[in-house]
Design a protein. Structure first.
Length: 347
């Protein structure tokens, strides 16, 4: 092996290179935890400032676990730990010392965890489903359907939210019930590796659309969603629902979570231009040209996040190997017996 190749090989198996890669992997993991992954570009453009949204979209930080950089870091760290473990194993077999073998097991366990974590993040599945009681939702990119049997918000005495509880039934595409039960914060529903979390809630309202006094359609709008008529280039967006509306100097707000004075802030767009924006009451007619819109029957909706992460079993095995390695490293040390021969000295 030439000197240059030997230097490269020694660098690839060195601890410095491994620590550098481990730090980079942690940095990527932090970014992936802070920035929500897998959302549409519009989400980042609306959520973050112009500068940060451009950085996130330009560098594809919204899909960082599938980026070339993450894949290269993963393979380089795997190679580093593999070389380090393989080379050390040959020396350990010759020395036959349990404490040193424990150190080797720690490296192997760490390698198993990193591989499992990286595989889990690369194949990570994440989506969402939301709806009102009585509705059946298709869980995107799966063959599952979620029926919302009921949804309740539990309040404390001071009016703050204590718990969100969704009573739901998960079924397959044929309509066969798979699992049923309550989903609440910190108490998700699980089925075949999928986990259904109670994420949040909001308000929804029915919207009736009329054209030339003829009823066209009736649908449900949620906070931030819109009714779209592509043929007429017409969009009615429900910005926010206020159950107990109050107008202040700082803007619109709600005094409580009770339906004491319900109002809806909406906008009407035509041909890409905003033509109307106002606050309306329930069952109040909104007129624009030959169209009439009417909001009614407000109710809470539940928002569920759904994910599936592989590699958990491998990570648990790796953790077990590390614990075994630590035990051997601390308690498997060879004991040395030192004997001395005392001589009697006579005077």
């Amino acid at each position: 092996m030439s000197i240059s190749l030997k230097k490269i090989f020694n660098f690839l198996k060195s601890m410095k290179f491994g620590l550098l890669l481990l730090g980079l992997l942690c940095f990527v993991a932090i970014i992936g935890s802070i920035i929500p992954q897998g959302r549409e570009e519009a989400f980042y453009l609306n959520t973050y400032t112009s500068l940060w949204s451009q950085i996130i979209v330009s560098f594809k930080l919204y899909d960082i676990y599938h980026s070339l950089g993450f894949i290269l870091i993963f393979f380089a760290l795997t190679l580093n730990l593999f070389l380090c473990s393989t080379i050390r194993l040959r020396k350990l077999l010759k020395q036959n010392r349990l404490s040193l073998f424990g150190s080797w097991l720690i490296h192997v366990g760490l390698l198993a965890i990193i591989i499992s974590y990286s595989y889990g993040q690369y194949t990570y599945f994440d989506t969402y489903a939301y709806g009102t009681p009585g509705s059946t939702l298709a869980v995107a990119e799966t063959n599952f359907f979620m029926k919302i049997n009921d949804f309740n918000v539990v309040y404390r005495e001071d009016g703050s939210v204590q718990q969100y509880i969704t009573d739901a039934t998960l079924s397959d595409k044929e309509g066969n019930a798979l699992v049923s039960g309550e989903i609440s914060v910190n108490h998700p529903m699980r089925y075949e590796g999928y986990t259904f979390y109670q994420h949040s809630t909001g308000w929804a309202s029915d919207i009736d659309v009329y054209k030339d006094s003829e009823h066209i359609t009736k649908t449900v709008l949620y906070d931030g969603t819109a009714y779209v008529d592509n043929e007429e280039y017409l969009i009615l967006q429900m910005h926010h629902f206020y159950p107990d509306f109050i107008a202040t100097e700082a803007g619109f707000a709600s005094k409580s979570n009770h339906l004491n004075n319900p109002k809806i802030l909406y906008s009407l767009f035509y041909g890409g231009q905003r033509v109307l924006m106002n606050v309306t009451s329930l069952d109040e007619d909104i007129h624009w040209q030959n169209y009439t819109f009417k909001f009614s029957q407000p109710q809470r909706y539940t928002y569920l996040s759904v994910n599936k992460m592989n590699g958990k079993a491998g990570a648990m095995i790796g953790s077990g190997i590390i614990i075994l390695g630590l035990f051997l490293a601390f308690y498997g040390k060879s004991k040395e017996i030192i004997s001395t021969k005392n001589k009697e000295v006579s005077i």
